[in-house]
Design a protein around this ligand. Structure first.
Ligand code: SF4
Length: 466
């Protein structure tokens, strides 16, 4: 049976089979940020260990970084301590750090690709669930916990269970106003938030092939929300064009040689899979979550479902979501009033996301009383957006234009919801309390849909505004 990309990368990086049945896998790239690394470095210090491959390890600061006032020391003492800790650890263990004043700083899953650190055929680990983002380049990339961060720092290896591979083919062509975010919300809606447990997802088909690299990153980013730690797209001409000339990508003749290898690791037409799913991309509409996990979503022109539409065992969870979100079954999602609009995060804080949101915001105004934030995913995205004048469009419309960071995605910084506020958000999780208020409510959607909600004051169909 011909191998798929996942199998080829796995076998190329397998060091040995462990007595536990797991595989010891060599990790090509380890990305580090300030929240999940302090204890891991401390454990290295306790055991008098060094970082085994500092040249394969890169650190940045993103989760706790304020996006408005970035002067040190930060007002939040704990955030300031985390900053001081990562600076100390990076210096002591000789790990490069893209610090807050470095023009390469940004969200870890935005800067890896844009610096050319993320490459096809790699194994990539990071102490963050959304590491699957890097799979967009044809890599096996997965999030790890703090003790595994320690393991990778000390040995450059991980002990992993080998999953099966499910190929998800998205056929047809996306309609106007429908984006990668809508595709992944539809996939999770159909397969469920636990549907990917035990699988890696290979995203394929005409819709995925037509996506730019940034859209593929949005798609792979939310793999974890569908229960799989790994999601990837086979590398192709789009991938190579994106990487050519990036600072850490191979240069000159080495690039041409790398492309030959990258092509060879892609799944061939006769590759074998453990499961296949087909989705009609042409039938996907702008999609929004109405509940408290990313699988609870509806089309913008649909109504909130009733518990009776679900299997018996799911009904208590549906009822809980309805009560928390204050929705009634049968209520239209369009027209739901919002208090906050957030455009940013490692899912949708890249240049193409900001361009699409700006197309909606241009010449329109944010409804009075709505707090609307645009937070570029990295300083590089911010500079590129400013060079195109996107910041002027947003500022003119009444959005705030911020510095790079995770901002209101997880709200480990001053950007937080207050009380029961409803937020139209381009981020990736709508769990209870995710955006900083224990009672805050999150509606996940594409950045263009967030911009539409900001100017209409309520959930609106972006297709009418393009
Ligand atoms: S933007 Fe959100 S999901 Fe992404 S790395 Fe930051 S906190 Fe995690």
């Amino acid at each position: 049976m011909a191998e798929n990309l996942f199998d080829k990368i796995w076998e190329a990086h397998a060091v040995r089979q462990l007595p536990s049945g797991q595989t010891q896998l060599f990790i090509g790239l380890h990305l580090v940020h300030e929240v999940t690394s302090p204890q891991a470095f401390e454990m290295l210090r306790d055991r008098k260990l060094a970082v085994m491959f500092p040249e394969r390890t890169f650190a940045t600061v993103d989760h706790i970084v304020p996006t408005d006032r970035r002067a040190r020391p930060f007002g939040d003492e704990m955030a300031e301590q985390m900053m001081a800790q990562i600076e100390k650890n990076a210096a002591q263990f000789a790990v490069p750090l893209f610090n807050i004043d470095d023009e390469r700083q940004g969200i870890v899953h935005v800067i890896g690709p844009e610096l050319g650190l993320t490459q096809p055929g790699m194994t990539i680990a990071c102490g963050d669930s959304h590491t699957s983002t890097h799979g967009a380049f044809g890599a096996i990339a997965c999030g790890i916990g703090t003790s595994q961060v320690r393991d990778v720092l000390a040995s450059q290896c991980l002990a992993m269970n080998r999953p099966g591979v499910r190929r998800i083919e998205v056929g047809g062509k996306l309609a106007k106003g429908v984006y990668a975010k809508d595709v992944i919300l539809s996939i999770i809606g159909r397969l469920g938030v636990k549907g990917g447990v035990g699988y890696a997802y290979e995203y394929a088909g005409p819709v995925v092939e037509a996506m730019g690299m940034e859209e593929r990153m949005s798609l792979c980013n939310m793999s974890i929300e569908g229960g799989t730690r790994v999601g990837y797209v086979n590398p192709d001409q789009n991938t190579f064009a994106y990487l050519q000339g990036q600072p850490h990508a191979p240069q000159g003749a080495a690039f041409a040689k790398a492309v030959e290898w990258w092509k060879s690791i892609a799944s061939g037409p006769d590759a074998a899979y453990d499961d296949r799913v087909r989705i009609d991309g042409g039938a996907i509409a702008p999609t929004i979550t109405w509940g408290i996990n990313p699988g609870q979503s509806v089309r913008v022109d649909a109504c909130i479902p009733s518990p009776a539409e679900f299997p018996e065992e799911e009904r208590p969870g549906i009822q809980e979501a309805l009560e928390y979100m204050d929705f009634a079954p049968g209520q239209k999602i369009a027209g739901t009033r919002i208090d906050v609009a957030f455009i940013g995060s490692c899912t949708n804080g890249r240049l193409s996301d900001l361009r699409e949101a700006a197309r909606v915001a241009r010449g329109r105004k944010v409804r009075p009383g709505i707090k609307a934030l645009v937070v570029p995913g990295s300083q590089q995205v911010r500079r590129a957006a400013e060079a195109e004048g996107l910041h002027e469009i947003f500022l003119e419309a009444g959005f705030e234009w911020r510095g790079a960071g995770c901002s209101m995605c997880l709200a480990m910084n001053p950007d937080k919801l207050q009380g029961r506020q409803v937020c139209a958000s381009s981020s990736n999780r709508n769990f209870k309390g995710r955006q900083g208020s224990p009672t805050g409510r999150t509606l996940l959607m594409s950045p263009a849909m967030v911009a539409a909600a900001a100017v209409e004051g309520a959930v609106a169909d972006v297709r009418a505004l393009l």
